[in-house]
Design a protein around this ligand. Structure first.
Ligand code: 4AD
Ligand code: MG
Length: 460
């Protein structure tokens, strides 16, 4: 019977012949036997296959090189070395695909920068393999949390004609020949001749369409790719990233934060419980103690403070920052990290930001100056979640859109939600890659998504 290596490694020794399939990580030869580590990616460590030189042709053994794919049959016996419970005493080994010496992943440490250049092979390394498994588990936990709590999964469009954040950082979608586009009489481009009959772009967020379903099904969430043409070459920004956006009707800002906190804790806990071996690896080799940090986050309440309180804290430490903080400024990563790492020493929800630095759809507070926004900041990263209670008053929303030059006709359907049965509602967006970064301790966001897209980078 052919089994996952994950299963075989935990199996009891016995007389039954079992089959292990996978890729060779290493081969080590002693005088009498060869030790072959076979890994199929179902877990971090491979199965040790022992080939007795008396039973195997040395020509065959010599062809079993790092990277080659093999099928090994044999019985499981208690392992002599202390590194594993069982090992396989091989009876037959078949090489499916050889890997010559040009195989780029020879057994030595490679830098993450180098691995990015061979992104098609890097999931075969310990680190990127572990990231892939943790990412998959976290995605499953996301769905579990929402499905268990009465949220419906909604798929919002990727191609859209609206700017959900009103920030204009969009990739345009067109089938027109840009060297020779159809033009109007005044010489400007005639977008009505484009594929969709109008100017379209890749979505920056599914929120606005999410709100339409939340005001029908009460609680919904999206989980899909989003695109931002941000020209920021950082360790936390991608041009294509996955976002989870729940939206809840009959919910205010406090309720929104409660759900965000419960959600993050659920996903973290589920991952700790189901990715033990990989989390131990990250804790030891990637970010020392990250497993304990995450366990601590699961068990302690998040801090909460208003933007105004946050700015007071920042002003007290103003000499620490390149960018001097003041009331009204957008918080920089250095500010966010200081708040969560130094002031609170745990994740913190910062609320009630000045309206000028936040999106048009956020509910205006009675002070007329701030909006019911929340950013959740996490140590090492800064912002991991952004959300708000939504402006559900038609007149206030229209006035705000007017100020910002957003056209009513472009958002007519969004405004209808305020015209017909408007309700208080709120939601937030979690950048999935930032969450994976946080849990794994990986420094660069480009290493937690299989094929990163960023400024100047769209390989594979
Ligand atoms: O704060 P943002 O822009 O909020 C929204 O898009 C809202 N529509 C969410 C909502 O209320 N439904 O983005 C949300 C999160 C950020 O906190 C961050 O974690 C992540 O998305 N994010 C990015 N992640 C990677 N690369 C980028 N360029 C990102 N931009 C935002
Ligand atoms: Mg934000």
């Amino acid at each position: 019977m052919s089994e996952l290596i994950k299963k075989l490694r935990d199996a009891e020794p016995g007389p039954a012949v079992v089959t292990a399939e996978g890729w060779v990580r290493t081969r080590r030869d002693s005088k009498t036997v060869s030790f072959i580590e076979v890994n199929d990616g179902t877990c971090l460590k491979g199965l040790q296959v022992v080939a007795d030189h008396e039973k195997f042709d040395s020509n065959l053994l010599n062809r079993i090189a790092t990277g080659s794919s093999v099928v090994c049959k044999g019985i499981l016996v208690p392992s002599q070395g202390g590194n594993q419970k069982v090992e396989m005493q091989a009876q037959s080994i078949e090489i499916l695909g050889e890997a010559p010496e040009s195989y780029p992943l020879q057994k030595k440490r490679h830098t993450l920068e180098y691995l990015r250049e061979i992104a098609h092979l890097r999931p075969r390394t310990n680190t990127i393999g572990a990231v892939a498994r943790v990412r998959s588990t976290m995605a499953y936990a996301v769905h579990r949390f929402f499905q268990e709590n009465g949220f419906y999964y909604v798929n919002t469009p990727l191609i859209t004609a609206s700017d959900a954040e009103g920030a204009g950082q969009m990739f345009q979608v067109t089938t027109m020949d840009m060297a020779n586009p159809p033009r109007l009489e005044d010489g400007s481009i005639d977008w009505s001749k484009d594929f969709f009959g109008k100017k379209t772009n890749l979505t920056v967020s599914g929120q606005l369409e999410g709100e339409t379903y939340a005001t029908a099904l009460r609680n919904i969430y999206t989980f899909g790719p989003t695109f931002r043409a941000e020209n920021s070459n950082t360790k936390r920004h991608l041009a294509e990233f996955w976002m989870i956006e729940p939206e809840m009707s009959f919910c205010n800002l406090d309720g929104d934060i409660d759900i965000a906190e419960a959600f993050l804790k659920y996903v973290f806990k589920y991952t700790l419980e189901n990715c033990e071996e990989d989390m131990d690896f990250f804790s030891k080799f990637v970010q020392e103690g990250v497993k304990d940090t995450i366990a601590h986050v699961v068990n302690s309440p998040f801090a909460r403070m208003t933007y105004t309180e946050a700015v007071k804290e920042l002003e007290k430490a103003a000499d620490k920052f390149d960018f001097k903080p003041y009331w009204g400024c957008d918080l920089q990563t250095e500010h966010e990290r200081f708040l969560t790492e130094e002031v609170c020493k745990r994740p913190v929800a910062v609320t009630d930001y000045p309206r000028e630095i936040k999106s048009f759809y956020m509910k205006l507070n009675d002070d007329g100056k701030t909006v019911k926004a929340v950013d959740i900041l996490a140590p090492r990263l800064g912002e991991i979640i952004g959300g708000s209670e939504r402006e559900n008053r038609l007149d206030v929303l229209l006035a705000r859109m007017n100020e910002l030059g957003l056209k009513e006709k472009d958002y007519w359907w969004y405004l209808d939600l305020r015209r017909y049965g408007s309700v208080p509602h709120a939601g937030f967006g979690l950048g999935f890659e930032r969450a994976v970064q946080y849990v794994t301790g990986m420094q660069n966001i480009r290493d937690v998504i299989p094929y990163p897209r960023a400024v100047g980078q769209a390989d594979f």
